[in-house]
Design a protein around this ligand. Structure first.
Ligand code: CA
Ligand code: CA
Length: 485
């Protein structure tokens, strides 16, 4: 009797001990087992990078070397051409037409349809990752989503007492050489923060890390120290190639939506003020500076013990016009507004690959889950891009979907862009011969079948726009006079 009790107790203790050990193993996945993740965001960067070829003078040696180490998605698009909905969609795996967040407000935590959903770092934290970030990964309030947040470190950065180039308009809308030193720029501080973390997290840390590094340039104000401007002498600046009659085949609705009530300067003002070359120079200088900061982080990673075990994803949240279609900045669902750099570098896959299959920022979340070996989330609306890392030419049945308010959608396939606006007007562009989207061929018979196929991707169910007072809300409202009831 006595012996049996001891045996039972011993057995019970053993079971408890084994359960405890298993729990420990689950909680603290060792860094050797799971890859680290470095998620790098560059705010408002369009395709003006060396590897995407959007501008012949763009200098981005570090983005290009990262592309050379991984897979470049050369046909990648945002879900919305503004920060907040683009980042909210990417971070929750839900399209703007599912969440109702189409514009700069409201915040993603105010959307009933997103309630209870994990963002990317929150999901990784649940699976034993140490999550940390600095700079802009989300559209504000990053500290809510990471275990450790190093701060915005100055955000959009210092501004001179009086504006340099654009005397009127939104306080952030300005460009020129300012301030004096790299060290005064928030992006430099964000890079230094990341470098310090990469240096100090030990190789044998009991948790893998998920690190967000969010750069603010080339977002306005397009300021950077003078030495970055000197790389692009103003008298040698190549302006974007534009067609003066480009708008003649657009609807009044499309023009109103993408121009009225906007905070960016009017193209006619930029030209008449003699500022076009200077603004293009400022954007190029801002990109070169952000690229330099990226390079500092990549160098630190290369010198660290994490270099072989860290997945790197680099993205921008949307595109940017600099005069194309006679307009400036974001907030369009044309190629200039939606095309973004997207690079996935993971040493388990071939280096230097390029895929022209349509990819979306909403694909980043499922891609990272698969690469890190975390459970698939079937409720997510994006698709893992891992098949394209395995084979950049793989059959890919998906398209990229962008929207700017309910009823305004763009469908980008490998070779075409179809646009449908709320007033019923449509556009269709053939990228095989019209990469600048000058020639709207919506009425050309030869394309009828292809257009019909693209149309099937316009979502039938579209959430109402969650209320707010953003530029997007105002432009959407202003354009509504062209919608017949
Ligand atoms: Ca942005
Ligand atoms: Ca046109």
């Amino acid at each position: 009797m006595h012996n049996i009790s001891i045996a039972r107790i011993t057995f019970a203790v053993l079971v408890l001990w084994t359960t405890f050990l298993t729990a420990c193993n689950y909680q603290s996945v060792s860094a050797a087992d799971k890859p680290n993740v470095l998620l790098i965001s560059i705010d408002d960067l369009n395709d003006w990078t060396g590897c995407l070829g959007g501008h012949p003078q763009a200098k981005t040696p570090n983005i290009d070397r990262l592309a050379g180490r991984g897979t470049l998605f050369s046909n990648a698009h945002c879900q919305s051409p503004v920060c907040n909905p683009s980042r909210a969609s990417m971070q929750t795996g839900r399209y703007p037409h599912t969440s109702g967040i189409y514009f700069l407000s409201p915040d993603l935590q105010k959307a009933p349809k997103l309630e209870g959903l994990d963002t990317i770092p929150e999901r990784f934290a649940k699976h034993g990752y140490q999550t940390l970030a600095a700079g802009k990964i989300f559209h504000g309030g990053d500290q809510r989503f990471f275990q450790e947040y190093g701060g915005s470190l100055g955000g959009f950065g210092p501004r001179p007492k009086t504006k340099i180039s654009q005397p009127h308009g939104h306080p952030l809308w300005d460009w020129g050489a300012f301030p004096e030193k790299d060290e005064m720029m928030p992006d430099y501080k964000v890079a230094q923060w990341a470098i310090e973390k990469i240096r100090t997290i030990p190789d044998n840390a009991d948790k893998p890390f998920f690190m967000g590094v969010g750069f603010y340039r080339p977002h306005v104000p397009m300021f950077a120290p003078k030495k970055w401007f000197d790389l692009f002498p103003q008298d040698q600046i190549k302006l974007p190639v534009i067609n003066e009659n480009d708008r003649s085949d657009l609807s009044n609705y499309a023009i109103a939506l993408t121009n009225e009530k906007h905070v960016s300067p009017e193209h006619s003002w930029v030209v008449s003020a003699g500022q076009w070359e200077h603004a293009v120079q400022s954007y190029l200088a801002s990109i070169a500076f952000a690229d330099y900061c990226l390079g500092l982080v990549l160098d630190a990673l290369d010198k660290s013990p994490h270099q072989d075990n860290t997945i790197i994803v680099l993205f921008s949240d949307h595109g940017f016009h600099l005069g194309e279609k006679q307009r400036w900045a974001k907030r369009t669902i044309w190629e200039d507004g939606t095309r973004v750099p997207l690079i996935v570098a993971d040493k388990r896959y071939a280096a230097g690959q390029i895929t022209t299959k349509p990819a979306e920022l909403i694909d980043v979340f499922p891609t990272l889950l698969e690469l890190a070996g975390l459970p698939k989330d079937n409720a997510q609306e994006g698709n893992s891009l891992v098949p394209l890392l395995e084979n950049p030419l793989a059959d890919w049945p998906y398209i990229a979907l962008s929207s700017f308010g309910k009823g305004n959608f763009a469908v980008r396939s490998e070779h075409f862009r179809y646009i449908q606006y709320r007033d019923g007007s449509e556009e269709f562009y053939d990228h095989r011969k019209d990469s600048r989207e000058w020639d709207n061929v919506i009425n050309k018979r030869a394309y009828a079948k292809t257009i019909k196929r693209h149309k099937t991707h316009i979502p039938i169910k579209q959430e109402e726009i969650l209320p707010g007072n953003s530029t997007g809300h105002k432009a959407y409202e202003a354009a509504s006079r062209f919608v017949e009831n």
